[in-house]
Design a protein around this ligand. Structure first.
Ligand SMILES: Cc1cc2nc3c(=O)[nH]c(=O)nc-3n(C[C@H](O)[C@H](O)[C@H](O)COP(=O)(O)O)c2cc1C
Length: 160
């Protein structure tokens, strides 16, 4: 799912599954995984490294409950075994394109989001989209780097 969202699609290259203005890739993907949520992966909070196609454990604490509370108490989110979090580091793109870079990063986020929906469908999973959350709380709960602004949270799980 992370590969479909933002993974590298060319052999030995760096270009991704998502179009990116100037191929600057200003986004980061994180995964909040519940205990027993994904076969073979311990619960916790992970960062996706697209070039290595690897997830790196950042914290062993499963943040899904806190994430749901910070999302205006949309507690349904915590029932999904995984929540993917899309963040933007605007400087990566604004250094070249100025303020307009923000627009490009937001458009790119929509593309990543749609890739996740499509891959969920292909895997017969369900995915949701959450933009209603308190930025500061989410940043604190997840311990995000200062420059990584959370834009979307996408709970993913089995339907029904
Ligand atoms: C940017 C964005 C943010 C959204 N945030 C939330 C949210 O926080 N909680 C939620 O339940 N749905 C959220 N939605 C989903 C919309 O409510 C949903 O797409 C709309 O009701 C249409 O329903 P459908 O997508 O199932 O067709 C969001 C959608 C978008 C595009």
């Amino acid at each position: 799912m992370l590969w479909a969202a933002y993974g590298v699609t060319e052999q030995g290259g760096f270009k991704r599954s998502t179009a990116s203005v100037g191929a600057l890739y200003p986004l980061d993907l994180y995964a909040a995984i519940g205990d027993s949520g994904v076969n073979g992966i311990p619960g916790g909070f992970y960062h996706y490294d697209p070039l290595a196609h690897r997830i790196d454990l950042l914290s062993e604490k499963d943040p899904r409950q806190d994430l749901a509370k910070a999302s205006l108490r949309q507690m349904w989110m915590a029932r999904a075994p995984v929540s993917l979090v899309i963040t933007a580091e605007y400087s990566r793109i604004c250094n070249k394109y100025g303020e307009r870079g923000k627009r490009y990063a937001l458009i790119e986020t929509g593309h990543v989001c749609q890739n996740i929906f499509l891959q969920a469908e292909a895997l017969s999973l369900g995915a949701g989209i959450v933009g209603a959350f308190e930025d500061e709380k989410v940043i604190e709960i997840l311990g995000l780097p200062k420059m990584h602004e959370p834009l979307l949270i996408m709970p993913v799980g089995r339907k029904g």
